[in-house]
Design a protein around this ligand. Structure first.
Ligand code: PLP
Length: 376
């Protein structure tokens, strides 16, 4: 089965990881520091490496002080973690609809969703296309809230010349194998704000305070470390960070190949009236994680099954987050974000990853054309 996404691992990646096995550090050590520096160079701001994109969201919301009595506005066309990490901290999640072209949080919908208790507005760079950052940042700040960008799909992309990582108060990344580059499992929080970076660093390591000057009981003894605020263990191991730094040297090449494949699908499917190819707004230079095709004649499921039966591992991204029973049980009702629901009903992700060959792309596009009765 041709997967919808997969990692690209080189001999240099293998050597980078095995080199760490011979050092004193397996868990968080010098390779993590280097990886964070490498990430900061890509993102334009300091980065805190963690164990997954989900951990990054949990850490970012915690650093923002999210908790009971607060509202967090979230785009629903996303993996559930964008919403569940805020809900786990006790906040109320308010879903705001997406723009019908990109599937990204619509600034007008986000504005309507604000309440006096909103502390974070969370957009998602759906498929790799950056959010409409300027109006979202402005409306969040006017409401006294922070803008969080879930950039699990989009690291390496830019918006009006600014890198993903320099568009929001908090940016979260995922390095799962299907993503733009990988550390196996892994993620990061990126922020221009010193106190948010410090909060993220603290939460990822149990909230432990080792600096004597900051301790409440510094005379306890030289071994002493103490906790001022709760946190968890979300430390990325050096083994995985070494893979990340090695992968980052090829991020630009990955992006270029993803762009080529995206354009090849666009060209091959341009004349097929039953589908809609993805939109790119002016100012966006996406690092495409997904190729989200939309089926306009109601036969998305049939196309999905047709392709799977022929060995093409298509995927659907995503069921609107509030359709998950955990949100339905809390009273969230279908119909509240019609653009996200329409997008979901039409969407199918075609395979997209750097090692996909042109002939793979042509075969997949040819099967889509065949399904709709067009010449191949
Ligand atoms: C938009 C989005 N946010 C968050 C995550 C969570 O990332 P991870 O799988 O690394 O925990 C994902 C991963 O699927 C995602 O696609």
């Amino acid at each position: 089965m041709l997967p919808y996404g997969r990692q690209s691992i080189s001999q240099e990646d293998v050597e980078a990881v095995t080199a760490v096995l011979g050092t004193d550090w397996l868990t968080t050590g010098p390779a993590v520091t280097r990886f964070e520096d490498d990430l900061a160079a890509v993102c334009g701001n300091p980065a805190v490496a963690v164990t997954s994109g989900t951990a990054a969201l949990h850490v970012a919301y915690a650093a923002a002080g999210v908790g009971p009595g607060q509202d967090v506005v979230v785009a629903p066309l996303t993996f559930v973690a964008t919403a569940s990490a805020a809900a786990l901290l006790g906040a109320r999640v308010i879903f705001a609809d997406v723009s019908e072209d990109t599937g990204n949080l619509d600034p007008d919908a986000a504005k309507t969703a604000l309440t006096p208790n909103t502390t974070v507005v969370s957009g998602v760079d759906y498929a790799g296309h950056p959010i409409d950052a300027e109006p979202l940042r402005a409306l969040a700040h006017e409401a006294g809230a922070l803008l969080l960008e879930d950039a699990a799909h989009s690291v390496g992309g830019t918006w009006h010349g600014r890198p993903v990582g320099d568009l929001a108060d908090l940016t979260t990344l995922s390095f799962f194998p299907t993503k733009n580059f990988t550390t196996a499992e892994g993620g990061a929080v990126v922020s221009p704000a010193e106190e948010l970076v410090a909060g993220a660093r603290s939460f990822r390591n149990h909230g432990l305070v080792r600096d004597k000057a900051a301790q409440r009981f510094p005379d306890e003894g030289p071994w002493h470390q103490e906790v001022h605020a709760f946190g968890l263990n979300y430390r990325l191991p050096d083994l995985l960070a070494a893979l990340g730094s090695s992968q980052l040297t090829r991020l630009a090449a990955f992006k270029d190949r993803r762009t080529e494949i995206h354009a090849r699908y666009d060209a091959a499917l341009a004349g097929v009236a039953e589908v809609r190819t993805p939109s790119t707004r002016d100012g966006a230079d996406p690092a495409w994680h997904l190729y989200p095709l939309r089926v306009l004649d109601g036969r998305r499921r049939e196309l999905f099954e047709f392709l799977r039966e022929r060995g093409v591992g298509v995927q659907v991204n995503y069921v609107p987050a509030y359709w998950h029973p955990v949100f339905a049980d809390l009273g969230y009702r279908r119909g509240m974000c019609p653009n996200a629901e329409t997008y979901y009903a039409q969407q199918i992700s075609l395979p997209l990853f750097p090692d996909l060959t042109d002939s793979d792309v042509d075969r997949v596009a040819g099967l889509v054309r065949e399904f709709f009765g067009h010449s191949v």
